[in-house]
Design a protein around this ligand. Sequence first.
Ligand SMILES: [Zn+2]
Length: 461
Amino acid sequence: MTKQLVDDRLAQIFEHIDSNRDSFISRLIDYVRHPSISAHDIGIREVADMLVGMLGKLGMEAEAVETEGHPMVVARRGDRKDVPTVMLYGHYDVQPPEPLEAWVSPPFEPTIRDGRIYARGVGDNKGQHFAQLLAIESWLTVHGDLPCNIIVLLEGEEEIGSPHIAEFARKHRDRLKADLVITADGPLHISGRPIVTFGVRGIVSFDLKAKTADRDTHSGNYGGVMPNAIWKLVHLLGTMKNDAGAITIDGLHDDIIAPSNVDRARAADLPLDLPEFMNELGLSELDAPKDRPFYDRLMFHPTLTINGLHGGYGGPGTKTVLPAEAIAKCDMRLVDGMDPEDVFAKVEAHVRHHAPDVEFIRHGSMLPSKTAIDTPYADAIVQGLTAAHGVEPLLYPALGASGPDYVHTKILGIPAFFVPYANADEANHAPNENLTIDCFINGIRSGAAMLAKLGALGKAG
Ligand SMILES: [Zn+2]
């Protein structure tokens, strides 16, 4: 199919979306009226069943598949060999709406004010995956077929930390066999420009616990005789990161996969108002090391953060106490190539070496995830977003934060793209969550356009 024909077919879909604007808005309002609060197990089954119904109407084989927790809604349509199979991931659960008194209109009575729909879950994530479904529907209505094979995967536990998705992906690998996954979640850039994100940092969390005696003592009567638990932790922590900002845990950097030149270039292209950023936080300097580009810090380097250091006395006035116990709570963000189990082992070995009597306590972890920024499907996604928004997307090699993206890239082994549709001030997880109507409509356009460009590309590799 020529580029002209692809663009003509897409233009017809854009027209269809424009002329159905009001009905799409009212259908979204009907959808977000139904609560589906995973943390409180409210409405989950009803909304899962409702989605199975909606997906069935799109000619998809749809099912709510049981897990140990809330069901996963999975649907599929198409088995052409010459076009990619695109998995569209989203989540149908929402955050609890409390505090209710802070909402201008009730969270499950969707209301339009100033071009925005206000409702719990409208941005995170119902409005975004509903836009994907309407993109599919628009293709079918206008052209009677889809440019790609589609798998829809909608999770019911994202807002409680996705406890079963990794296991689900391992178990249903065949059913989820796709060439790429697109997640429409999160906000656009504050300027309104679309974004494509190609990865996330991983995380490990742990405690360091020191105990030097059975009880706290008098800092005069015992000072100089009894070791101090807080000093013990301070010295240990001092061996883990130096004042030039380098993490000094043996072997920690060994497996890091350096960012490609394309990654570095895209990170350097991202807009940044550093004085404004520093001013907003009241910063007089950035963290050490000094010589690192801003986005490189967030995307390409691991961190070691002391989340809290506790022990002894912190109240008013003085207390001449010599503490017997202290605890440091820490997390580390991991970059491409790092493995949480390996990092835990290296940190533990470091602790054993420098402070053998300090207890090392593991908490949760998540793998990092990375999709190559020059992977063949990326260009089609960029073209689709450009067609839908009239402006090219910003390309984020990775996010500083963590998320279960590794399920796609590491368990299913496919490239994963985060393509947010919501406005930057969507107030997700907060009262007065909202989605602008323009973002919603642009989301439908984006979904339709990405499928057009991916279908035109054909099956890569
Ligand atoms: Zn959320």
